[in-house]
Design a protein around this ligand. Structure first.
Ligand code: RRO
Length: 310
C-alpha cells in the first residue's frame, strides 16, 4: 500500500497539502506544515507589497464549512521568495509558491522575479481571489486569462499551475479548457472558494463577516459537489500533460477518494485544516489508506480518474 504521488517531475509521499491561504502566512505556520504528515505545502498567495487585508471579522467557521473575505493579507513577495529559496536548500521535496498580483502587470513582475531566481519548486498563479473589493476574479474573464497566459508563457519556463474559481456551466468548462490547452501548464487547481456567498446570523439579523457587506468566499462541505464537478470536467477536457489539483470540501478519506476518482493528482485542504490544524494530514492519510485497503487498491494509480458513468 502506498499513497506515493508523482506530480510534474517530482515524487511526493502522499497527495495531501494545504490550500493556499490556510496555515501558511508566516514562516511559523509553514514550519508546522513542514513537520506535519502533509506530502507538500504551499505559501499564502503573495502580492508584491505586504498587505494587511480586509477588516475583521473576516473568517467564520460554519457547521458545514466556512465563509471568508480575508482580502489577500500577506507578508509580501520577497518574504515568501526568501523563505522558499532558503527552504529548498535543505528540503528534497519541492515547495509550492503562490502568487496573486493585484493586476496582470504585478503578476508578470512577480513571475519574472521567480523565473530569474534560483527557485526550483512549483509556482501557483492564483487567478481566482474573490475578496479584494473592486477586483474581479480574473479567470471569470476568459479573454483576460488568455492574454495573461500568453504573456506569462512568453518567458516563464518553470513548472506553473493556475488556481481557478469554480465554473457552473458546461460551456464555460469547454471554453476555459480550450484556453488552458494552448499552454505548457503543469497543472490546474480546482477550485478556489465559491465567491460572494452570503451567510446570515438570523438572531442578530446581520451578516457574519465585516468586509463587502458580508459577501465572502464559501468553502468546506457546501462546495464539494461543485469542486468534484470542476475536477472531473477539467480532467476529461485537458490534455494529459496538465495534471489536476483537487480542492474543495475535503475533510475525510472518503472526500479525498472521490476527488482522486474524478482525476485529481494532488489534494488541497482549506476549511478542514483551518478547523482541525495540521494534525488533519495524519488522520486523512490513514482514512484514505483504509478505504483503499477495503477496496483492494495498492496505489492511487489503480483508481485515479476511473469514475464510472451509468
Ligand atoms: O485572501 C483571500 O481573501 C482569499 C484568497 Br487570495 C483566495 O484566493 N481565496 C479566498 O477564499 N480568499
Amino acid at each position: 500500500m502506498t499513497l506515493e504521488t508523482t506530480f510534474a517531475t517530482f515524487d511526493f509521499t502522499n497527495p495531501f497539502m494545504n490550500a493556499s491561504g490556510v496555515h501558511c502566512m508566516t514562516t511559523d505556520e509553514l514550519k508546522e506544515l513542514e513537520e506535519s504528515a502533509a506530502g507538500a505545502y504551499i505559501t499564502k498567495s503573495a502580492t508584491l507589497e505586504k498587505r494587511a487585508g480586509n477588516p475583521s471579522p473576516r473568517y467564520i467557521d460554519l457547521p458545514l464549512g466556512s465563509i471568508n473575505s480575508m482580502g489577500l493579507p500577506n507578508l509580501g513577495f520577497e518574504y515568501y521568495l526568501d523563505y522558499v529559496l532558503e527552504k529548498q536548500k535543505s528540503q528534497t521535496s519541492p515547495l509550492f509558491f503562490s502568487v496573486a498580483g493585484m493586476s496582470p502587470a504585478e503578476n508578470l513582475q512577480m513571475l519574472t522575479a521567480i523565473q530569474e531566481s534560483d527557485f526550483t519548486g512549483i509556482t501557483e498563479l492564483n487567478l481566482s481571489c474573490p475578496n479584494v473589493p473592486g477586483k474581479p476574479q480574473l479567470a471569470y474573464d476568459f479573454g483576460a486569462t488568455q492574454s495573461l497566459l500568453e504573456e506569462v508563457f512568453a518567458f516563464f519556463k518553470k513548472p506553473l499551475g493556475v488556481k481557478l474559481p469554480p465554473y457552473f456551466d458546461l460551456v464555460h468548462f469547454d471554453q476555459m479548457a480550450e484556453i488552458l490547452n494552448q499552454f505548457p501548464l503543469t497543472y490546474v487547481n480546482s477550485v478556489n472558494s465559491i465567491g460572494n456567498g452570503l451567510v446570515i446570523d438570523t438572531e442578530a439579523e446581520a451578516v457574519v463577516i465585516k468586509p463587502k457587506d458580508g459577501f465572502g468566499g464559501i468553502g468546506g462541505q457546501y462546495i464539494k459537489p461543485t469542486a468534484l464537478a470542476n475536477v472531473r470536467a477539467f480532467y476529461t477536457r485537458l490534455k494529459p500533460e496538465i495534471q489536476i489539483i483537487g480542492t474543495g470540501g475535503i475533510e475525510n478519506g472518503q472526500d479525498a477518494f472521490e476527488h482522486l476518482l474524478c482525476g485529481a493528482s494532488m489534494l488541497q485542504i482549506g476549511t478542514a485544516l483551518q478547523k482541525e490544524g495540521p494534525a488533519i494530514f495524519e488522520r486523512i492519510t490513514q482514512e484514505l489508506e483504509a478505504i483503499m485497503t477495503a477496496k483492494g487498491y495498492h496505489s492511487i494509480d489503480d483508481f485515479r480518474g476511473k469514475l464510472k458513468s451509468l
